[in-house]
Design a protein around this ligand. Structure first.
Ligand code: PLP
Length: 513
């Protein structure tokens, strides 16, 4: 049979229809239950076990989208989605992804699509300046530059292997490298995202998530931020044991509570340790994971969050979390691009070309784990050009205002307490313990409260456990808290107020207050 390609007329007509479909979905998503009401296996049961032998009618495909898929979704674009951190999307971001898919280029090398590379470099320079990164992270500096990764997890892995490469180079004159590789030690805080330990597992530094032979979880203070003195002490202990500190991952805006590790005090600990590597940057590599909070730095008044970033070797944040750019888009900058490229570059004959050989271009495949890469810079370019810097600032400022408003509501109600200081738009709160109530019993009431809020479908919150009390001291055991993460593209004041009313009603109706 002949290949039943869609004609361009059919594509045009269905494409318009599906863009309409997306616009209607986004317009109406607010009225859908945020969490799907399905049991495991329910969606699979509606899908045929065999693929169709012959191409199907598009009416049937679109009908199944409505009938099977949408009811089985968690609606991340709902203005009532307050769980995890958001996955921002926007009309300009969607269009950017659409065009990128339509163009279908693979920008693995400069030569395989020069515009994809050069636009990415320019947009990352724009964005670096927009969030106040020092010049040394930008592409026109002698050794810096930025790149788009899929996720912050990939950024951590890339930074880690670059750090390892630099450590091996700088220590090589003093130690046999084979021996050195087994003595490298990584540091992060007990509150860091699990992706740091996962990167250690992938890179062979840890055999499993609890393996602490070459991974240190540095203690945190009463605000759950990494303690620089504890970091310095851990490094000294490892030095004395003949191990080699090589990588620190600090977090600006931890996942559980958006705690801010103090870069201005962690940086000097890293820099002061064995300074003088091969590129004049030396020391222990400091990577900063600002996955969610980094977006706040487009507002000059929030740049304090990254005070001391000039000490970092690499820095990343996710425009796909809170900067209106559809998933996936993590931006990673480094001040030591040579170490990144040296760690990840490999040039088989079939990828060689004159531009790469001349060394006059960036080949972004050398800055990431995969070879192939989508044209993700397009959506970021569309978003920045559509909103402008002032528009993006307005987006951040409005959510900061809404978070402060929600926090004030919690603080004004005696039945509840805010558990950790709010730094950006995440409010960690819970039902206050009753006099004499055990931690376990209070946790149980809070678990039930969260479940009844989420079961309602009118809002979705998430939870974590934090090793502190609302008074700022250490808790006897980690306490269960509700996370209200504000940042959805469509979230407005009325949604935040409704979520608070819902929390209070659920608490009161079930007699849990
Ligand atoms: N780092 C932090 C601080 C995060 O909060 C998250 C996810 O929420 C991640 C890393 C992982 O993000 P990604 O899904 O981009 O790997």
């Amino acid at each position: 049979m002949s290949v039943p390609h869609m004609t361009s007329e059919q594509f045009r007509s269905l494409g318009h229809e599906l863009v309409d479909w997306i616009a209607c979905y986004l317009d109406g998503v607010e009225s859908l239950p945020v969490r799907p009401r399905v049991e495991p296996g329910e969606i699979a049961a509606m899908l045929p076990t065999e693929p169709p032998a012959r191409g199907e009618d598009w009416r049937a495909i679109i009908a199944d989208l409505d009938r099977i898929i949408v009811p089985g979704l968690t609606h991340w674009q709902s203005p009532n989605f307050f769980a995890y951190f958001p996955a921002n999307g926007s009309h300009p971001g969607i269009l950017g992804d659409l065009v990128s898919t339509g163009l279908g280029v693979n920008g693995m090398l400069w030569a395989t699509s020069p515009a994809a590379t050069e636009l990415e470099t320019r947009v990352l320079d724009w964005l670096g300046e927009m969030i106040g990164l020092p010049e040394s992270f930008l592409s026109h500096s002698p050794s810096g530059g930025g790149v788009i990764q899929g996720t912050a997890s990939e950024a951590a892995l890339v930074a880690l292997v670059a750090a390892r490469h630099r450590a091996m180079r700088s220590h090589a004159p003093r130690a046999a490298t084979t021996d050195l590789a087994g003595r490298l030690v990584l540091y992060t805080s007990a509150q860091a995202h699990s992706s740091v330990v996962k990167a250690a597992m992938i890179a062979g530094l840890a055999a499993h998530p609890e393996d602490r032979r070459r991974v240190r979880m540095v203690e945190t203070d009463g605000n759950l931020a990494m303690r620089p003195d504890a970091l310095a002490a851990a490094m000294s202990r490892d030095d004395e044991a003949g191990l080699v500190p090589f990588f620190v991952c600090a977090t600006v805006g931890t996942t559980s509570s958006t705690a801010i590790d103090p870069l201005d005090r962690i940086g000097p600990v890293c820099r002061g340790h064995d300074a003088g590597g091969p590129y004049g940057l030396g020391g222990v590599w400091l990577h900063v994971d600002a996955a969610m909070a980094g977006a706040a730095c487009v507002c000059p008044e929030h740049r304090d969050l990254i005070r001391g970033v000039e000490h970092a070797d690499s820095f990343c944040f996710n425009p796909h979390k809170w900067m209106l750019t559809n998933f996936d888009c993590d931006c990673l900058w480094t001040r030591d691009r040579q170490s990144v490229v040296n760690a990840l570059s490999i040039s088989p004959e079939y990828l060689r070309n004159s531009a790469s050989a001349a060394g006059s271009v960036i080949d972004y495949r050398d800055w990431q784990v995969p070879l192939g890469r989508r044209f993700r810079a397009l959506k970021l370019w569309f978003v920045i050009r559509h909103y402008g810097v002032e528009g993006l600032r307005a987006h951040i400022r409005e959510h900061m205002r809404l978070a402060a408003m929600f926090e004030a509501c919690v603080r004004a109600d005696d039945h509840f307490e805010v558990v950790t200081p709010r730094t950006i738009t995440l409010v960690c709160f819970r039902l206050r313990p009753r006099p004499g109530e055990s931690i376990g019993a209070c946790d149980q009431r809070n678990r039930q409260l969260l479940e009844s809020v989420n079961r309602s479908g009118r809002a979705l919150l998430s939870h974590t456990v934090l090793p502190v009390t609302a008074q700022g001291g250490p808790a006897d055991q980690p306490v269960f808290v509700l996370r209200m993460a504000i940042g959805g593209t469509a979230t407005q004041e009325r949604h935040v107020r409704a979520a608070w009313d819902l929390v209070r009603d659920c608490a009161a109706n079930t007699g849990r207050t």
